[in-house]
Write a protein that binds this ligand. Structure first.
Ligand SMILES: Cc1ncc(COP(=O)(O)O)c(C=O)c1O
Length: 384
């Protein structure tokens, strides 16, 4: 298939949404004379994230990738350690731990939610297992109760890659509160965005002080800001895991409109789900599954086609209608770096099967009912 610039089609896959308040807040940040990290807007954003997720602390980071890297440092993951995760995920889930010299151990996913198969995790545990890292695919939570129990039994840290799942709940609990650590993304494709951005949620109180130090290049600068010391110095290892105040100001505008943004995303998700039900009943595709004990974040709407040829043909038909629909993760266990740095445990047959059959439909705030109808009709025509 020739490459396509998916942003320039009549109905792009994603169109980042700005509320209109972003410019004013960026101006305020400039006038406030602090553009580096952990300024006023960053503190407001952190407090909002704590309120939404119940997390003990929330540190803004330059990306979800950076938040995962900070999590790996905090969990003291090192050479020889093993970290269990799904293969059906983004490279960042694995590379954050491979960077520390650890081995990502890939296990299969569930056929319904496409999340890590919690039953496959315990058999993959060894005496080197140090962390278990589920993702919440499409914002549908993984089986957190079972994963937390397995992590406890293994003496491993549960680190949630919650890049898709801000606002989702598992058995009534906000996602991001179960793991000792959880990483969020504010990349332009995410529900709430500042272009590139992320956050680390910290639920283990003993890790908060060290996290603040590691975020600030290994210094105790956070204590200086709080007036606890009169100068700051290098006290530990760390890096620059800070989000610029310009990005935090942008993000604050998005947080203020989070309810409205989520409401509009759900309208589109629900419209797709209702309109495509007859095609599922006819056996032509499968729609996303959201277990009754979970709520999701309307982060993305995907379809599973009967096979790879049907999926590729659907993408082609939609492209001919100027609609951008795209596949998702190529399994990490069969990627070049995955083979070099990781290993698989057990058969990854669901992962291999699903990744070849999955397609994501356009979903962005600003899509009107005419556009949704056009996408649905194009899918109907392609499969009809
Ligand atoms: C599951 C998952 N984790 C991490 C990331 C990386 O997020 P970021 O671009 O904020 O680093 C992504 C990107 O989409 C993702 O899908």
């Amino acid at each position: 298939m020739p490459p396509v610039n998916r942003f320039h089609l009549a109905i792009p896959f994603n169109r980042p949404f700005a509320t209109g308040a972003e410019f004013g807040y960026i101006r305020e940040a400039i006038d406030g004379l602090q553009l580096s990290g952990n300024g006023r807007f960053a503190r407001q954003c952190s407090a909002w994230l704590q309120e939404q997720t119940g997390a003990g602390a929330a540190l803004l980071t330059p990306s979800c990738t950076a938040a995962l890297e900070l999590a790996a440092l905090l969990a003291e993951i090192g050479p020889g350690d093993e970290v269990i995760m799904p293969s059906f995920t983004f490279s960042s889930t694995a590379t954050a731990f491979a960077l520390r010299g650890a081995t990502p151990v890939f296990v299969d996913i569930r056929p319904d939610t496409l999340n890590i198969d919690e039953e496959a995790v315990a058999p993959a545990v060894t005496d080197r297992t140090r962390a278990i890292v589920p993702i919440h695919y499409a914002g549908v939570p993984a089986e957190l109760d079972s994963l937390a129990a397995t992590a406890r039994a293994a003496g491993a840290v549960l680190i949630e890659d919650a890049a898709h799942a801000l606002g989702s709940t598992y058995r009534g609990r906000p996602v991001g509160g179960d793991g000792e650590l959880a990483a969020l993304s504010f990349h332009e494709t995410k529900n709430l965005t500042c272009g590139e951005g992320g956050a680390l949620l910290i639920n283990n109180p003993t890790l908060v002080e060290r996290a603040e130090i590691m975020q600030e290049k290994g210094t105790d600068r956070a204590r200086l800001f709080r007036g606890e010391v009169d100068k700051y110095t290098w006290v530990d290892i760390g890096s620059s895991f800070l989000l610029s105040e310009i990005s935090a100001a942008f993000l604050w505008a998005q947080f203020e409109s989070a309810d409205e943004i989520l409401r509009r995303r759900f309208e589109i998700w629900d419209a797709y789900h209702a309109a495509l039900a007859p095609l599922e009943e006819a056996g032509l595709l499968r729609r996303p599954v959201v277990p009754a004990h979970c709520t999701h974040s309307a982060h993305l709407y995907y379809l599973l086609l009967p096979d790879e040829a049907a999926r590729d043909s659907l993408i082609e038909c939609l492209r001919a209608e100027s609609i951008a629909a795209i596949f998702h993760y190529l399994p990490l266990h069969s990627s070049r770096a995955g083979k070099l740095y990781g290993r698989s445990h057990g058969a990854l047959s669901v992962t291999d099967d699903v990744s070849g059959r999955l397609v994501r439909l356009p979903l962005w705030v600003g899509m009107g009912s005419a556009e949704i109808e056009r996408v649905v009709q194009a899918v109907e025509t392609a499969l009809g």
